[in-house]
Design a protein around this ligand. Structure first.
Ligand SMILES: [Zn+2]
Length: 416
């Protein structure tokens, strides 16, 4: 019996292995992911998060790696999440298409895709809000709000713990503390929804370094913070300590997109005369700071950054929240290089393991010197601003000397 069923499934999967650009429902979504896995069993794995949606729909993820299911040293973990707002559906289809593309190109021996998958662990979650998607779809897919929320009428992108409030309070006290802030959380503003809880567990259990959440309704790459410091509802630039890096990440997407960064494209909201200038993001490189647009509390983007080491940006991929199926393939063409360029950004910066003679150092805090500190030869050898004796640092002195010696030896060798 079981064998026969499996056989039927395999036949079904093989017969449908060509990806079609259309809207895939909640029953089809895992079948598409399974199809990709059947085609690329050695470099993919399909899994569901620990909790399903309110309506009991599992939250599926497909992972790409040359060692699926395993975190490997030096291999950065990246994720894409689509369809957080149920009526914003482009990300959902783009991620299903991306899964097929990664697999197909790997099989076709595309050198760039093979290098990406050999050096990166990529997780794609096409839908965080399958219940909202169902409602939006069942009610004609045209409303600006219907289907946005989960089945408890909660906006999932306002349901994460408000860690911005904590880091802003530390700032007011003159304390530089902006990471792993869940430890400092004393109360929740609202109960966590099952979808939020599942995604939080996911974020906390895999050491992601890079992430993007895909929305719709505008065309812009939005970076932290999403919450303003003063509480101003709009137009207050709220820089994080990694503002430069975040701008660079957002620009990497915007500039590789067909026209997100184009100053000559019309804004999404040009019908209203005073909005036309404010919301024409093409004129500012296709990127915006979150709170410089409008402030929100409890968003997933700031949570990623403040609770873990993951840098997340929010991608608004089009004026239309629920584009017609006929437009999906063209949207894929417009977004494909940007989706890939952003994944490569996981290889920005330095990779390393914090250790000393006795092995790994857990929970080490790594501080990067500012350029001025680094350039100032008189302070070389001292610790960067804010780090003092007794606090964790990258290297214990013994290892620092060993590394320095190795570098000198290499220099000597080069001279010979
Ligand atoms: Zn949205």
């Amino acid at each position: 019996m079981t064998k026969l069923l499996l056989l039927c499934f395999a036949v079904f999967v093989t017969a449908n292995a060509e990806f079609t650009w259309r809207h895939h429902n909640n029953e089809e979504l895992p079948l598409i992911l399974e199809e990709v896995h059947q085609k690329c069993p050695n470099i993919s794995r399909v899994y569901a998060l620990t909790e399903p949606s309110v309506q009991n729909v599992p939250l599926y993820v497909i992972e790409f790696s040359d060692k699926p299911g395993i975190h490997q040293p030096y291999k950065p973990e990246v994720k894409y999440i689509g369809n957080i707002h149920g009526n914003e559906v482009l990300g959902r289809e783009l991620l299903l298409g991306l899964a097929h593309y990664l697999c197909d190109q790997y099989v076709n021996r595309d050198r760039r895709i093979r290098a990406l998958i050999h050096n990166t662990r990529i997780h794609l979650m096409p839908s965080m809000n399958p219940d909202g998607w169902q409602l939006a779809t069942d009610t004609g897919a045209k409303d600006y709000l219907i289907g946005r929320y989960n089945n408890h009428t909660v906006d999932l992108n306002r349901n994460f713990p408000d860690l911005d409030a904590i880091t802003f309070e530390f700032e007011r006290q003159g304390i530089n503390h902006n990471n792993h802030l869940l430890r400092d959380l004393t109360r929740l503003a609202a109960p966590l929804e099952p979808e939020t809880r599942a995604v939080m567990r996911w974020i906390m259990s895999i050491p992601f370094v890079l992430s993007a959440a895909i929305h719709g309704g505008d065309l812009v790459a939005n970076y932290p913070y999403d919450e303003s410091r003063s509480g101003a509802p709009v137009s207050e630039y709220s820089a994080s300590p990694d503002d430069e890096t975040f701008r660079n990440l957002a620009l990497a997407y915007a500039e590789a997109h067909a026209d997100m960064a184009s100053p000559s494209r019309p804004g999404c909201h040009t019908t209203s005369s005073d909005e036309s200038s404010t919301f024409n993001f093409g004129k500012q490189g296709g990127v915006t700071n979150g709170a410089a647009w409008y402030s929100l509390k409890g968003g997933m983007q700031d949570f990623n950054y403040l609770a873990t080491n993951a840098f997340e940006v929010t991608l608004e991929l089009g004026c239309e929240k629920y584009p017609d199926a006929s437009k999906l393939e063209n949207e894929w063409v417009r977004n494909r290089e940007a989706l890939l360029a952003y994944l490569w950004k996981a290889h920005t910066g330095v990779k390393g393991i914090v250790s000393d003679d006795s092995g790994f150092i857990q929970n080490a805090v790594i501080s990067v010197p500012t350029t001025s500190w680094f350039d100032d030869e008189t302070s070389f050898g001292l610790y960067p601003h804010g780090l003092r004796e007794g606090q964790p640092r990258i290297y214990k002195r013994s290892l620092y000397e060993k590394v320095a010696k190795t570098l000198l030896e290499q220099k000597d060798n080069q001279k010979q």
